[in-house]
Design a protein around this ligand. Sequence first.
Ligand code: COA
Length: 259
Amino acid sequence: MNYQTILTSVEDAVLTITINRPDKLNALNQMVLTELALVIDDFIAHPVLRSAIITGSGEKAFIAGADISEFSGLDAATGTGLAQKGQQLFARIENAPKPVIAAVNGFALGGGCELAMACHFRIASENAKFGQPEVNLGLLPGYGGTQRLTRLIGKGRALELLLAGTMIDAVTAFNYGLVNRVVPQAGLLAEARSVLTVINTKAPLAVAACIEAANLTDAPGKTGYEKEAESFGQLIATDDAREGIAAFMEKRKAEFRGS
Ligand code: COA
């Protein structure tokens, strides 16, 4: 399928999703949100694709935020509606049963930082910069940033970024635990693919269950521990777990089938 604001490519069951508005530093306008939702739904439903990378076009920006030029016509109701649209899409990414990781290749500001945080984890290039500068516009992050940033880096550090609207560089983001590793820009996508190639050899149902349980850490109601125990029991009865355990005992490589 062809999109106006997004490029996609597939290599070894890994889908690369590139937000493609480099002249606007890949700012998330309504069209990007709509098209990204379609791409993510296709990815989740696709029988062959196992994992995805989200990145930005060009060498300067991952995503420099929501498209500020679309903000001026908003009122209280449409503003809430826009934030809810973004939150729903980012929750869909966070709850995807297959890994989605962010390859952050430059500015990840505002909605760009929020999108990166909705991914299951993040790898950054050395020139990456992170921030939630909405306060500079008299706003706050609307796509889950106040929640996910606080969870990922702790309340004190999160509130400093949220309140001062300042940016941090890739090394600081690594020290804060916001990104898993920092690599030269030229090797960023290769690094992301290499991590996913390893994950893609694992049992798909176990991968999905890990994501679901980890996401429940912060959810109300049934606790992550309860869900973890329930999923462990479900997984232990699957063919893939039987195969994985047998392969370990027989000192051979497991062949997982997704059942
Ligand atoms: N929304 C809309 N357009 C954006 C944008 C955004 N979030 N971020 C950048 N752009 C546009 C700029 O308006 C400019 O367009 P133009 O060439 O038509 O004027 C183009 O992208 C390049 O950006 P520019 O500001 O010229 O690049 P820079 O290198 O001088 O600065 C940034 C880079 C990221 C520091 C700066 O663009 C910026 O502060 N962007 C906004 C970040 C932000 O507040 N995000 C949160 C939004 S809620």
